[in-house]
Design a protein around this ligand. Structure first.
Ligand SMILES: [Mg+2]
Length: 251
């Protein structure tokens, strides 16, 4: 993987901008720094100002693990689309009855184990279309992880779990992931391609399904096995990337 600001990366960037792309971004760790308390996460003025400029040119989408209602006020601008819960919450799609039933059973199951999880330092977050078991703030992260693993090992069917940065996520089995979401938004916005930037395991779903003419970027230099085409070193390079998009966009 090459740095996006390499010559090759800049050529790929200029090329995707000629295709009327959807501009899609993850939130935590991508547009906003990862912070100890998720409630403190905000997009910087430098980033939100540039995103709002770009939103006048092409549709901007935020595709996040958070709830839509949680992320919207943290952006400082209004994107064309927000999809939450790792792809499972799309405000323009009717919810699936089967997925809602699976999440209801997950909610009940986790509630019966809440005391043990909280004792181990796990914070439970119910996002409606997904649940997150956070252990970033646990005093003993290994113990917290073990507690999560033994809890979800006995969970009923119809659910899918996957890890992230100090978190284990729970969604309905076969719920749309971020790859499904970005694909759907490209079609909905009649875009000719997508530019997508993300930093975590759940963003790989986009990198995996991206056709060659899309541009995919993973935040973080050392991500063995990532399917993204390019990388940036950290979210701190986002303002520079957005300025490049503004400067390179065809008039
Ligand atoms: Mg992220």
């Amino acid at each position: 993987m090459k740095h996006l600001f390499s010559n090759e990366g800049q050529r790929a960037l200029a090329a995707v901008l000629t295709l009327k792309p959807l501009l899609a971004f993850d939130f935590d760790g991508t547009l906003a720094p990862i912070v100890a308390r998720p409630d403190d996460a905000r997009v910087s003025a430098a980033v939100s100002h540039r995103l709002s400029q770009l939103a006048h040119w092409r549709p901007v989408a935020i595709v996040t693990g958070r709830k839509v209602a949680d992320v919207a006020p943290r952006l400082g601008f209004e994107p064309a689309y927000i999809v939450g819960s790792h792809g499972a919450e799309d405000p323009q799609l009717a919810p699936s009855v089967a997925h809602e039933a699976a999440m209801a059973s997950a909610r009940t199951y986790i509630a019966t184990h809440a005391a043990a999880l909280e004792d181990a330092g796990v914070t439970i977050e119910d996002k409606g279309n997904s649940m997150a078991l956070h252990y970033r703030l646990a005093r003993d992260r290994e113990k917290a992880q073990q507690c999560i693993a033994s809890t979800i090992a006995h969970m009923g069917p119809g659910l899918h779990t996957f890890g992230g940065k100090f978190v284990v996520n729970l969604v309905a089995e076969h719920a749309p992931n971020k790859g499904d979401a970005v694909q759907r938004l490209v079609a909905r916005s009649q875009s000719g391609a997508a530019l997508f930037v993300g930093d975590d395991v759940n963003d790989e779903a986009v990198f995996e399904i991206a056709p060659d003419h899309w541009l995919t970027v993973r935040i973080g230099r050392d991500t063995p096995g990532s399917r993204a085409q390019f990388f940036l070193d950290s979210h701190a390079e986002m303002a520079h990337l957005l300025q490049l998009l503004i400067d390179l966009r065809p008039s």
